[in-house]
Design a protein around this ligand. Structure first.
Ligand code: GDP
Ligand code: GDP
Length: 439
């Protein structure tokens, strides 16, 4: 089997209601609604489930909501990104505003792709407005779907149509056993080389045939007792030179990969060092609670002595102070040096990410920590920790039952985190804390 998840992309002009639709379809996992104009939405990927089928929904337009002057070029980029990565495209137009020149322009591009395109006329809030739909037949994209995102009308029929258009051979099931690994890093860091090395074969990622590139993004691999899905962010870059230069698309592709992953590899070119994109992606991985591993590649190119590795380690720790938990491996995809460490570490930190510790042992550790170093106090009142329990995994989450939330302090939480890590490991994964007052 493979974990080839269908990707559905939403394209359309600003203000047609893409984010409203996106959030309705995302259901519980509402992630991108921002009422403040001009705020860059940073969560533009989500997993959607419809009648037990899972797919990934992408809002290609959530990048720069307030740049009117370059709308058309942005829309071209959107459409291109969608044609490149999606199995089904939702082209959203505004049924209240009517047909625009920009709509026609994009439709012309979309008519040329082999990817199924569903024309969605939004803001048809009542039967009375249904006449507005006819104009859109002119776009030559088939029968329009009339919906009202705001009122959740027509969404069921739309989802039925989306699911009916998935090509054969894609996986819409959720498999808990697969370790999903995102391979991120700046262009040329060696992501494809690492992927090929892990797979032990020269795999062709570049393909001139439209529609084949996306199949190379995810690779399913079974090794030993473990199943992996390797999510490569390099595959797309190769094909579309047009938006190659746009740094944000590179970050977006990484975000998509991170969003779907359990474990994130941050591949760094040893010669080049850490880039801004690396810090950005690492920050996202940390915030989203993913397990993380630094892969310092091209180690063969570095002139070394006995201090080189610890100097590098020091640099990584300084540049990523919030990620002291992430292991670092030094490899060369070219000479094969320590390459077997990568999957070995991935398996290890994926287990740490999903680990659960018994409540009694946890409370022994917390009790001991509290004895060694008293909790903070404020105006004569001291924080009391009655007990704690692990209430979540992936990432591990601890709920502490305390007397007063006002008395909690970040530095004391950090202290407890360190004690928990000393005793239980949790290597490679962020951990979360949550407080409940008990009187
Ligand atoms: P986006 O820029 O394409 O992501 O559009 P938004 O989702 O931000 O929506 C733009 C505006 O259209 C907002 O004021 C929404 O409340 C409104 N809107 C979205 N969907 C509908 C709808 O179905 N009916 C009506 N009347 N307004 C809608
Ligand atoms: P990507 O853009 O991150 O996928 O990077 P590639 O895998 O395409 O690699 C970019 C370049 O770096 C290619 O010329 C590779 O041959 C080279 N490269 C990748 N890994 C190594 C390595 O470990 N050592 C050396 N010397 N070169 C490497």
């Amino acid at each position: 089997m493979s974990d080839n998840r269908p990707v559905v992309a939403v394209v359309g002009r600003p203000n047609v209601g893409k984010s409203t639709l996106f959030n309705k379809l995302a259901g519980k996992r509402i992630s991108i609604v921002e009422d403040t104009p001009g705020v860059t939405r940073d969560r533009i990927f989500t997993e959607v489930e419809w009648l037990n089928k899972y797919f990934t929904l992408v809002d290609t337009g959530g990048i720069e909501p307030d740049s009117n002057d370059i709308i058309l070029s942005q829309m071209r980029n959107q459409a291109m990104l969608a044609m490149d990565m999606a199995h089904v495209i939702l082209f959203v137009v505004d049924g209240k505003a009517g047909l625009t020149a920009a709509d026609k322009e994009v439709a012309q591009m979309l008519r040329k792709t082999n990817t199924p395109v569903i024309l969605v006329v939004n803001k048809i809030d009542s039967q009375r407005q249904f006449d507005n739909v006819y104009d859109f037949y002119e776009l030559g994209l088939g029968v329009p779907f009339a919906i009202s995102s705001a009122n959740s009308m027509g969404l069921g029929d739309l989802l039925d149509e989306v699911v009916a258009n998935f090509p054969e051979g894609l996986n819409t099931e959720y498999d808990e056993d697969i370790i999903r690994v995102a391979i991120t890093g700046k262009p040329n860091a060696g992501k494809s080389s690492i992927l090929n090395n892990i797979l032990g074969e020269e795999r062709v990622i570049v393909s001139p045939i439209a529609g084949t590139t996306r199949d190379a993004i995810d690779t399913y691999l079974e090794k030993g007792d473990h199943k992996f899905l390797l999510i490569d962010t390099a595959g797309l870059r190769r094909k579309s030179k047009i938006y190659e230069n746009v740094e944000k698309y590179s970050v977006i592709r990484s975000m998509s990969a991170v969003d779907r992953a359990d474990v994130v590899l941050i591949v760094i070119d040893a010669e080049q060092g850490v880039t801004e994109q690396d810090t950005k992606v690492a920050g996202i991985a940390h915030d989203e609670g993913k397990a993380c591993l630094f892969v310092i590649n091209k180690w063969d190119l570095i002139e070394k002595n006995d201090k080189t590795m610890s100097l590098y380690t020091k640099e990584i720790r300084e540049k990523f102070p919030f990620m002291a938990y992430a292991p670092i491996v030094f490899v060369s995809a070219k000479t094969n040096q320590r390459m077997n460490k990568i999957l070995e570490t991935v398996v290890y930190i994926a287990e740490e990410h999903a680990k659960r510790v018994p409540t009694s042992t946890l409370n022994d550790v917390i009790g001991e920590a509290v004895l060694l170093n008293q909790p903070p106090s404020d105006k004569g009142k001291r924080l009391k920790i009655y007990y704690g329990s692990q209430t979540g995994t992936q990432p591990p989450k601890f709920t502490l039952f305390i007397n007063d939330k006002e008395l909690t302090h970040f530095s004391y939480q950090r202290y407890l985190e360190n004690k928990i890590r000393e005793n239980f490991g949790f290597e490679g994964t962020p951990v979360r804390f949550d407080y409940k007052e008990k009187r």
